[in-house]
Design a protein. Sequence first.
Length: 349
Amino acid sequence: MKKKMLGVLLSMAMTTVLLAGCGGGSDSASSEPAAEDTASGTEEEALDEDAKAEREVLPGGGSNIIYIITPSNSNPFFKTESDTAAAKAKELGYDVKASSHDDDATKQMELFESAIADKAAAIICDNAGADATIEAVQKAAEAGIPTFLIDREINQEGVAISQIVANNYQGAKAIAEKWVEDMGEEGKYAELLGKESDTNAGVRSSAFHEVIDQYDTLECVATQTANWEQTEGYEKTETILQSNPEITGIICGNDTMAVGAAEACVAAGRTDIKIIGVDGSDEAAALIRDGKMTGTALQQCALIAEMAVEQADQYLKEGTTGLVEKQLVDCVAITADNVDKLQTFVYTE
């Protein structure tokens, strides 16, 4: 195995996010979100923990409505989490209002304000920005309405009741290991990055590179941001293939970009290129079965959405979820070996 001797650097990499492994910028997001903060024993952190413990219980706005706010449901990942959350809320006896913010923080704020005006019992949200969302969640809290975040974190604790996210770091590392094997541990490759405002983009890229950068025989020759979008993934891959025809691999921050990349590779007659994504979509699964993608890391978004609604219900009834605010749900590495166990973001053993 052609590994570099990088024991010390790998240890350092665990706490560093390298948003673009070849030629891009950096992101300040943590490379491995923790289920709960590690105590350092400082007086300031102790005070912060005391403040959280004494936080007033949010009773809900008074209605029986749970608001579900996600990115566009044209993306099957977000449609799955919205539909699953809605079904669970109805099962538990709530009315539901589901809307999309389309990754627009201004529109998201308007939807939060609508929830406040409707005196919503709680809000389930896959947010429109790690920083931009803090104000909206705080505004809901001031109105007595608890927010339960799914899929994407925000850059502040103590305003949302729960932040339930896929273990992107673990999942991206797991599928990167499969990709390295499929690449034969050598070759030139490109990377498609997600939205820089989304913490997950940096986390996944960092995890990819922690695995890949162990090999001095793997070289990243192009990095492009495709903003999580399939069309951009296709267009950016077209450009990369024209400039770098020698590549034999592409790593993608999500499945939507990976599907666009795979389509561009097929159109160019390049079925030899090894492609990975993160999400676990049906579209990616089909390409894995056809040999046009190496694999994906399944984010269990249906499970996460159900967890959020169940925690909202418990919180409204008991004043607590009984759990830490930040919660990680492990991903599943999906390849040709186990892809038949995956359907609609649900993995069945």
